[in-house]
Design a protein. Structure first.
Length: 226
């Protein structure tokens, strides 16, 4: 029955009859979709209906997904789901339209049905790679994971389902110390990346200035010879 409801839910979403999102939503190499702003918010319910009223949003703005629910939304011999979900830094997205990337045998199939945040930057598309601790990854790479998350947030192809209960969010959908620590590393990574960009820009600027001086010196030498 749950599989049937998931199929109906996916068909209705794909046909544009309605769009389910848990939040208002206002690179990467695998998508060519345009980014658009979607006003209002709604959340999936047991009846697969959508209510955009502020009253309902205030009562339960975040859908908390269990690990068992997430695992059920992957395309494997054990879980042949029509609807595909993945989690990144604890945020769960429906990536069904990208089955060619996340379905059975596809390049990123390991990401469906689990939180494989480390794999987005390590390139280790295995269960071991997906389970790697962020403590083993430097801040600049964690910042890159966050950029991937922004890709899903801004995508008009995929949409947010909720948050995953576990490492990054608790059973009430509140941020855990692990997520707070990770986002702190994101800020540090972004700061370091900015410093690196500025350093490279300065090196390039210095090289251009040096070349200009060399050209001017050669030109002056030619003028003297005349």
């Amino acid at each position: 029955m749950n599989v049937l409801l998931s199929i109906i839910y996916h068909v209705l979403f794909s046909s544009g009859i309605f769009m389910l999102q848990s939040f208002p939503l206002f690179v990467r190499c695998e998508s060519d979709g345009e980014v658009s702003e979607v006003e209002g918010s709604c959340k999936p319910s047991d009846s697969n209906t959508c209510d955009t009223s502020s009253e309902e949003t205030d009562k339960n703005p975040i859908r908390v997904i269990t690990l068992e629910e997430l695992k059920a939304h992957q395309d494997t011999p054990e879980h042949e789901s029509e609807v595909l979900w993945l989690s990144i830094l604890g945020e769960v997205y429906d990536v069904t339209p990208g089955r060619q990337y996340y379905g059975k045998g596809a390049s990123y199939s390991i990401m469906a049905g689990r939180d494989a945040s480390p794999s987005f930057v390590t390139g280790e598309f295995t269960e071991e790679g997906a389970a790697k601790s962020l403590s083993e990854i430097d801040p600049k790479e964690i910042a890159a994971i966050n950029e991937w998350k922004k890709f899903y947030v801004e995508s008009d192809k995929y949409f947010k389902v909720g948050v995953l209960e576990g490492l990054y969010y608790d059973s009430e959908g509140k941020e855990t110390p692990a997520l707070i620590e990770a986002m702190g590393k994101v800020e540090e990574g972004e700061r370091l990346a900015k410093i690196e960009r500025e350093r490279r820009a300065q090196i390039r600027k210095d090289k251009l200035a040096k070349r200009k001086k060399e050209r001017e010196a050669k030109e002056k030498l030619k003028q003297k010879k005349k």
